[in-house]
Design a protein around this ligand. Structure first.
Ligand SMILES: C[S@@+](CC[C@H](N)C(=O)[O-])C[C@H]1O[C@@H](n2cnc3c(N)ncnc32)[C@H](O)[C@@H]1O
Length: 610
């Protein structure tokens, strides 16, 4: 760098610093001077684009809690996973699993071998952001890109070194996402823009029919897994017969099927695969369902049997189903409860499926915490509050982790029992003892985490009326979430009509499961709901009660008493005057109903139909 440029940059840096100190934005012109075109690669710039490292470090890792399992697996044996929750926080947890050696491919390499995602596109009505503000189209576009970019950044971390990612998009945003992918994965790691060509019968008088999607294929690094694929290439020559043909030294073998004579050739990046239509055998009734044939090529080219396949925009479960059939191990998930049940049903319908579990992320069953060991309880509580576990012993007193750079002490119910039996409580005297013992070594704040009901006082912050240099912040489990912890949290939204199934959801945070209260009756195939009351308490949302908070009901009209396998589902908007005619109900049969509120809580009930 020459002296003039150095001095110029130093002047700009000083001016930039002054702007920031005075809460003024740095002039955008500075960017050109800091990164002149001859040095800078191109980039997609927009307001509020977060730095990649901070996306990784700031994202909250939601613990993943097992809800139910299917099939039999030996202890410590891998089971495939369907995870309910916003995938952003699931991805962060999977990064930790990878670090802990829990995500291994067949050859022992860490991370998942192949990722396929088919994110929803944010159309005007379905971008459900935290505050449900009305966004201008432009801002909505930027929000959408940043929403997706965060997930792509985390996905890159989860991939195995030789892994690949396939991002399914269409004309709406594909070109912007290509630029983002170049930034995240590196332009040199772009492998293909796959064109999935189909015929849907849509058409317009002022444009060419839009009849293809794009699938962006990137590898994590240049040396990557790829199993070459072949396709049939039909000859136009009428004289060609099946058998061997010599072209100079090379010999080509021709074959014949109903469409004509063909030879095998390397697969092109244009794939002609029919769209799932109302007659397709594989159709499961979930909108936006993609054909299995697409995933067969993707999974086949980018992984081997036993490898890990990941798709956290699971939808109808196409990736999991194909991965299962191709003997891969898989992790899928979705933020929609309907999708979770559709995937569960789809896998259960496969012959000899490997065992799998359905998990919750960000939405927990409090009663299951009672079965935890002390270590598990602490680990779970710390992850709820985003605490980095790290044992620290100061003057003989042990701390369990660090949050925002400050020490954290966790008391599990078992710890408290050992200290003085089941009635032991943390009192002001406990805090005083800690302060007297280690006060001088503490920072301005220290966090105490313990089960709700185990504190002998009600305040959430304690510093002995300002006498102490350290503020004790109390975090109860389940939780008393003070404003600062909940600010960025938002409730998961479940669809209450068909159009919103494929919504873009941004719902990071956690809550405990609180089944809605439902009163209903079934008479002559008519289900009438006389009262529906959602109990969720997520910030700002708990005011919504009543029928508005009812999302959908899933019906199993022939329940076997063990596995719920729904036969149909109905949305809030299908009801008229809180009543719905359900043709498939048959008197004398055992049925099961799952009512779901708009936060994803379920009320389950089964009965014999009279
Ligand atoms: C286009 S669909 C996927 C369809 C799927 N490929 C198939 O073939 O069935 C997109 C899915 O993403 C889910 N989704 C939206 N936001 C999400 C989020 N933040 N976390 C997880 N899933 C999300 C939607 O519920 C929807 O099921």
């Amino acid at each position: 760098m020459d002296v003039n440029r150095k001095n110029h940059l130093l002047t700009l840096l000083a001016a930039a610093q002054e702007s920031v100190v005075n809460n003024v934005e740095i002039p955008t012109d500075f960017a050109r001077d800091f990164f002149p075109p001859e040095r800078k690669e191109y980039e997609l710039t927009y307001f509020d684009k977060e730095n990649q490292q901070s996306v990784i470090s700031k994202t909250f890792a939601a613990p993943i809690q097992l809800d139910r399992t299917f099939g039999k697996a030996g202890q410590n044996e891998w089971i495939n996973k369907i995870i309910f929750g916003d995938n952003l926080q699931v991805l962060k947890t999977l990064i930790e699993w990878k670090k802990d050696g829990l995500l291994k491919n067949k050859d022992g390499s860490d991370g998942v071998r192949v990722v396929y995602i088919d994110p929803p596109f944010a159309s005007k009505q379905d971008f459900q952001n935290k505050d449900q503000k009305a966004y201008s189209d432009k801002l909505k576009g930027v929000e959408y890109l940043e929403w997706l970019r965060k997930r792509l950044i985390l996905l890159r971390e989860i991939l195995a070194d030789d892994g690949n990612i396939f991002v399914h998009l269409d004309w709406h945003k594909m070109h912007y996402v290509k630029v983002l992918m170049d930034e995240i994965f590196g332009e040199a790691n772009f492998v293909n823009d796959i064109v999935w060509s189909y015929r849907t019968g849509r058409g317009g008088n002022s444009e060419f029919n839009k009849q293809h999607d794009d699938i962006l294929f990137y590898s994590k690094q240049q040396k990557h897994k790829f199993n070459p694929q072949r396709e049939k290439s039909y000859t136009k020559s009428k004289n060609r017969k099946p058998g061997l043909t010599n072209y100079g030294k090379a010999t080509t073998e021709f074959f014949e099927d109903a469409q004509g004579v063909y030879r095998w050739s390397s697969m092109r990046d244009v794939w002609d695969i029919p769209y799932i239509n109302s007659q397709s055998k594989e159709r499961v009734g979930y909108p936006t369902q993609k054909p299995e044939a697409l995933l067969e090529i993707i999974i086949g080219s980018a992984s081997d049997a036993g490898d890990l396949v990941l798709d956290l925009f699971g939808g109808s479960g196409v990736t999991a189903a194909v991965a299962e059939k191709m003997d891969r191990r898989w992790i899928t998930g979705d933020v929609g409860k309907l999708s979770i049940y559709v995937i569960q049903k789809r896998i259960l319908a496969l012959e000899n499926y490997h065992s799998f579990g359905v998990y919750n992320a960000g939405h927990y069953d409090e009663s299951k915490m009672k079965t935890f060991t002390s270590h598990e309880w602490k680990k779970f509580a710390m992850s709820l509050y985003d605490v980095e576990p790290s044992k620290e012993i100061i003057k003989g007193f042990s701390f369990d982790g660090v949050k925002d750079g400050e020490l954290v002490k966790v008391y599990s119910p078992q710890d408290l029992d050992t200290i003085g039996g089941p009635s032991t409580k943390i009192t002001e005297k406990t805090l005083l003892d800690i302060y007297e013992r280690v006060g001088l070594s503490l920072g301005p704040e220290v966090f105490i985490i313990a089960p709700q009901g185990k504190f002998g006082f009600a305040v959430d912050e304690y510093d002995h009326d300002g006498d102490w240099n350290t503020l004790f912040t109390i975090l109860r489990v389940p939780y008393t979430l003070m404003a600062r912890f909940t600010e960025s949290f938002s409730a998961i939204k479940q669809a209450n009509d068909r159009e919103s199934i494929n919504a873009v959801i941004d719902a990071v945070g956690f809550d405990f499961i609180r089944p809605p209260k439902v009163e209903f009756e079934i008479k002559d195939n008519v289900l009438s709901i006389s009262s529906f009351d959602a109990e969720s308490r997520i910030k700002g949302e708990y005011k919504t009660h009543g029928f508005d908070a009812f999302s959908m009901v899933l019906v199993d009209n022939n329940y076997d008493g063990k596995i719920f396998n729904f036969t149909n589902f109905y949305f809030n908007t299908d009801f008229k005057n809180y009543s719905l005619y359900i043709p498939e109900l048959v008197k004398g049969k055992r049925i099961m109903l799952i009512f779901i509120d708009k936060f994803g809580n379920e009320f389950k009930t089964d009965m014999e139909l009279k």
